[in-house]
Design a protein around this ligand. Structure first.
Ligand code: PDD
Length: 292
């Protein structure tokens, strides 16, 4: 794959990163995962805005990253990924400097890396639903920043795999925050519910689109905490994210949610999201009611 590093395009295998890179030494960096559908990047501006927000919060020297949309388009073209799905990965770190905790000297350039790979969505999980486990949220209190420091997510996801679950869902003070790589939703009494945006969750772009679909198609929607106990009783659960889109959660630790089948509201949202992504319909109440 042709990848990008600091203004240059070159084969991924030829990319060399300094051992003094602050991403390597301190996880002092940010990342984004964007998806392209037949060469069309989904919501690129929203990803760049989130990256800029993170850069501002981490006091990076540079906060303007809109050029990365062109870089991503270039990667699609150079790697001939205009057909099918692809995942574009972007990582920005505070640059290269001797290992001292404080910021490097002014003028130290950020390290900007981007790569791409073809992507096969897990259609079986999207149609049949997944099992999840609940794990304590041991992450830091700024998970609104898409930091590359993902150890709690790595450990939780590994535990999920070892327990035949596709995702681990974090619990903080008895309430669900989010998944290791997704936002979490419940359907309770016909209302779609998700945790409000705070410093404890990532402002997911898929989450935002799901909320917009609910609002435009008059599906009752509420932002509030979902307690762990409530999740077990919910009619439907689902996760949302760039890689999982809208994926039903049908079991928690092997126990059925509802009847153990993907719920009707979840599946409607999944379809509406797919159509939005492929640009085939504008989601409005009328279209939604007529189609689903
Ligand atoms: N993860 N919450 C967390 C902790 C995430 O890591 C992600 C995305 C999301 C969903 O955000 P979005 O809808 O913008 O993808 C929520 C990416 C895909 C990853 O780490 O691979």
């Amino acid at each position: 794959m042709i990848s990008y590093l600091n203004g240059h395009y070159l084969p991924k295998g030829e990319i060399a990163i300094s051992p003094d890179d602050r991403g390597f030494l301190f996880a002092d960096g940010l990342y984004e995962v964007m998806r392209s559908y037949d060469g069309e990047i989904f919501q690129p501006q929203a990803h760049i805005e989130r990256l800029s927000y993170g850069a501002e919060q981490l006091r990076f020297q540079q906060m303007e990253f809109s050029f990365l949309i062109e870089v991503a388009e270039e990667l699609i073209g150079r790697n001939q990924l205009n057909r099918g799905d692809a995942i574009i990965y972007i990582q920005v770190t505070r640059g290269i400097a001797p290992r001292l905790h404080k910021f490097p000297p002014p003028g130290t350039s950020l390290t900007v890396y981007a790569t791409i790979r073809p992507f096969q969505p897990k259609t079986d999980e999207m149609t049949e639903g997944i099992n999840v486990i609940f794990v304590p949220d041991q992450r830091w209190a700024r998970t609104d920043i898409k930091s590359i420091g993902l150890l709690p997510n790595v450990l939780a996801q590994q535990r999920a795999m070892e327990n035949n679950a596709a995702e681990a869902v974090f619990i903080r003070d008895g309430a669900i925050t989010e998944g290791t790589r997704s936002n979490f939703f419940a359907v309770i009494g016909g209302t779609v519910i998700t945790r409000p945006r705070t410093n404890y969750i990532l402002a997911g772009i898929t989450r935002k689109m799901v909320i917009e679909i609910c609002q435009k198609s008059s599906i009752p929607f509420q932002e509030r905490s979902i307690f762990e106990t409530e999740a077990h009783e919910a009619q439907e659960l689902f996760i949302a994210g760039t890689t999982v889109e809208v994926t039903p959660v049908v079991q928690i630790e092997g126990k059925n949610v509802g009847n153990g089948k993907p719920g009707p509201i979840t599946m409607k949202l999944q379809k509406a999201f797919a159509e939005l992504v492929h640009g085939t319909i504008e989601v409005t109440e009328k279209n939604f009611r007529n189609k689903y």
